[in-house]
Design a binder for this molecule. Structure first.
Ligand code: NAI
Ligand code: MG
Length: 499
């Protein structure tokens, strides 16, 4: 601390130790009430780097009670003042980008240069975006009767529960807490068990500016810590990113309480490459869209590449050449492009899909890159990116979210077939179409069943662009003004009869 402000700690190992075993409740770092912790492992080495608080219902209760106590004053703070405080948080975070990117690299195995630094810089951007929207929390006037004034008010919901995944933990944290806070809610966050440290640090930094109890964070496992947060009587809204299976469990509990949810549940996103596409641009877009730099651990990964038969082989060769030029290695090394899978469980899951692909008759595994040989990384969860050609769209690999660097490349012979393959999935998060033809682009953008459709690019969620899926990919939107208004406020109709 200098002048009462936290100073960045660039030694990630030391910072991980400093944060060991803590929740952040009512403005203070506190251990779980039981005193229990669980280990946090660096997936690049297999070594324990720290521990996290093993929170259960009593810890969740304490966090929710703190949020409840803080909520009336926070809601009573003028909206633009709340926004200004959130922008002040963003400015504080800008000074911690290097620190946070190192810490998230240590706990997730994501490459520092290609992934973690972008994520750490992105959270300040998200907070700045929402911080400017305080005065947009406005209602309407309604011409109900000329002798009365009828209006709507946008009010905060109260206490929001935010449940995080591990793949982009800080960015997803920012996407959830910023609109909730600006709208006048207080928040209890539950971090993912694999990646609790960087998000705890972010919340600690933000607590230098926010009044105590406004933003609280607990760590723990789904059933012991996540479930009680969803079930808590005082939690009026849940925002969740993760698996379909867990999303449905949360939705059922929320249904019993009749509270709203935002669910972002991943995908099996199609990328249609038409014969007239700029193939170099499409290949670069495939590499970006598949998030190879994040080992494919992205909800919006373009994991089904639907390619016209006339350009299929050339496209695969171009993507392979680009991926082959990437370096798998120590995530903390500036030269590394691709780090590790998050955990042994995910590694085994991804490996089992690769084994299934190899065992499929007619499928060919196009493997890319080489694995690191550094003995210090012997315990690391590295996976070579692989593209499977020759699989059909009904194969398990093409239907299920793998969440690893595994792509299905499927041939089509005409546009109608491409469209029907693209929509033949239980998911609907993102989709892209690659063509120079405006008519095809317009048609596809209307007919693709996805919440986020791009023509000739594959960028990630960004402030201002409503992001969210259809079908099994979830409910609700994030990252936009609409997301804040529709999902973090409730509308009240008020009629003034002064007769
Ligand atoms: P998960 O959905 O089980 O976990 C996500 C979060 O939900 C974690 O914080 C977890 O502790 C919490 N959680 C788990 N059970 C809960 C419950 N009953 N009540 C409340 N919270 C609960 O996902 P997991 O196990 O990390 O990964 C499994 C698969 O989910 C991945 O292979 C991937 O396919 C998908 N996934 C999708 C993500 C996305 O961005 N949409 C992010 C992470 C995972
Ligand atoms: Mg799970």
């Amino acid at each position: 601390m200098v002048d009462g402000k936290l100073v960045p700690v660039l030694d990630a190992q030391k910072l991980a130790q400093n944060l060991s075993g803590f929740n952040l409740i009512d403005g203070a770092l506190v251990p779980a009430l039981s005193g229990r912790t669980f280990p946090i492992v660096n997936p690049a080495t297999g070594l324990e780097i720290s521990t996290a608080a093993f929170s259960v219902v009593q810890d969740v209760d304490a966090a929710v009670e703190a949020a409840q106590r803080a909520q009336p004053d926070w809601a009573g703070t003028p909206a633009r003042r709340r926004g200004a405080l959130v922008m002040e948080c963003a400015r504080l975070l800008e000074a911690h980008v290097q620190e946070l990117s190192r810490l998230v690299t240590l706990e997730t195995g994501k490459a520092l240069r290609t992934e973690s630094r972008t994520e750490a810089a992105g959270i300040a951007d998200m907070l700045l975006f929402y911080g400017g929207l305080g005065s947009e929390l406005k209602g309407e006037t309604i011409p109900h009767r000329p002798d009365m004034l009828t209006i709507t008010l946008r009010e905060p919901i109260g206490v929001v529960g935010a449940i995080l995944p591990w793949n982009a933990p800080m960015y997803i944290l920012a996407m959830k807490i910023a609109p909730a806070l600006v709208a006048g809610n207080t928040v209890v966050v539950k971090s993912a068990e694999e990646a609790p440290l960087a998000v705890l640090r972010v919340c600690q930094i933000l607590n230098q500016v926010l009044p105590k109890g406004v933003l609280n964070i607990v760590s723990g496992y789904g059933p012991e810590c996540g479930a009680p947060l969803v079930a808590h009587a005082a939690v009026g809204k849940i925002t969740f990113t993760g698996s379909v299976e867990t999303g449905k469990i949360i939705y059922r509990t929320a249904a019993d309480k009749l509270i709203p949810v935002t669910l972002e549940l991943g995908g099996k996103s199609p990328m249609i490459v038409m014969p007239d596409a700029d193939l170099d641009k499409a290949a670069a877009g495939a590499v970006a869209g598949m998030r190879f730099t994040r080992q494919g651990q992205s909800c919006s990964a373009s994991s089904r590449m639907l390619v016209h038969s006339s350009v299929h082989d050339e496209f695969v060769a171009k993507v392979k050449a680009l991926v082959d030029a990437m370096k798998i290695g120590d995530p903390m090394d500036e030269a590394t492009d691709i780090g590790t899978i998050i955990s042994r469980g995910q590694y085994d899951k991804v490996s089992s899909y690769i084994a299934a692909g190899r065992a499929t008759a007619d499928a060919t595994a196009v493997e890319c890159c080489t694995l690191p040989t550094d003995p210090g990384l012997g315990g690391g969860l590295f996976v070579r990116p692989v593209m499977f050609t020759g699989l059909t769209n009904d194969s398990r690999l093409a239907r299920e979210e793998i969440f690893g660097p595994v792509v299905c490349v499927i041939k089509f012979s005409d546009y109608e077939e491409a469209l029907s393959l693209a929509n033949d999935t239980s998911y609907g998060l993102t989709a892209s179409v690659w063509t120079r033809d405006l008519k095809t682009a317009l048609d596809a953008s209307q007919k693709l069943q996805a919440g986020f459709v791009q023509v000739n690019q594959n960028i990630v969620a960004q402030p201002g662009l409503s992001y969210g899926g259809v079908k099994n990919s979830g409910l609700g939107k994030e990252a936009s003004l609409e997301a804040m208004l529709d999902h973090f406020t409730q509308k009240k109709t008020v009629i003034f009869n002064m007769q």
